[in-house]
Design a protein around this ligand. Structure first.
Ligand SMILES: O=C(CO)[C@H](O)[C@H](O)COP(=O)(O)O
Length: 229
């Protein structure tokens, strides 16, 4: 069985107050934080790297789980630095990895969980092939073109989630991009359990309610399927 986890993406938060924004999300019930790392090469945007992750870690303390979503061209390059900066889940893009199997092993050697993300144009079969030879801890299906928050959810991507769930009943499967209360039922039905949500949470006057609503939708689906108690 797997658990429902809500991970706010802080991409569209007040980046000048990043530590406080992260704390606010955790106080509002976030299960983990999704930190969007962009290099201006793999995606047409730049955010931050491991020095900022290290500051976030200092600000939020040891226990909250941080996933770094590495939208970078050379994911191999930052594994050690991110581990030392306090990242817990290192999610790289399959499209960018030179040797994804080895990368998963290296991420685990550094004491982190390994996530693998695919862009909308990447067939799910490529991710399934990888998982067949080298299992990852998280499969992240992008539901927007990576690079910017606030885009519209791409519903056809749910087919990828469905296929992953069919083959891997207990895998942590994430969705990322345009996810909010309006489309969470599609994610739940398809079998996603790690929900990344940026603007829907950040721009709300009541982020606690949005996080609770997202969780309730996924949890009730999991209960109906008898996947959790
Ligand atoms: O990876 C991302 C963009 O590349 C973001 O995590 C994602 O877009 C979340 O923000 P929003 O919910 O506003 O789409």
């Amino acid at each position: 069985a797997y658990q429902c986890k809500i991970g706010p993406s802080i991409l569209n938060s007040d980046l000048a107050r990043l530590g406080d924004e992260c704390k606010r999300m955790l106080e509002c019930g976030a299960d983990y934080l999704h930190l969007d790392v962009m290099d201006g090469h793999f995606v047409p945007n730049i955010t931050f790297g491991h020095p900022v992750v290290q500051c976030i870690r200092k600000s939020i303390g040891d226990s909250p789980v941080c996933e770094v979503h590495m939208m970078v061209s050379k994911p191999e390059q930052w594994v050690k630095a991110m581990a030392e900066s306090g990242a817990n889940i290192y999610t790289f893009h399959l499209e960018a990895a030179e040797n994804a199997e080895q990368l998963i092993k290296d991420i685990r050697m550094e004491g982190m969980k390994a996530g693998c993300a695919i862009k909308p144009a990447t067939p799910v079969s490529k991710l399934l092939d990888l998982l067949y030879t080298q299992m990852a801890d998280v499969a992240l299906v992008m539901t927007v073109e990576p690079g910017f928050g606030g885009q519209s959810f791409m519903r056809p991507m749910m087919e990828k989630v469905r296929e992953l769930r069919k083959v891997h009943p207990t895998l942590d499967i994430g969705v990322d991009g345009g996810v909010g209360p309006n489309c969470i039922h599609h994610c739940a039905e398809a079998g996603a359990n790690m929900i990344v949500s940026g603007s829907a949470i950040m721009r709300s006057n009541d982020p606690r309610k949005v996080i609770t609503d997202l969780r309730n939708d996924i949890s009730s689906r999991l209960k109906t399927q008898h996947l959790i108690d």
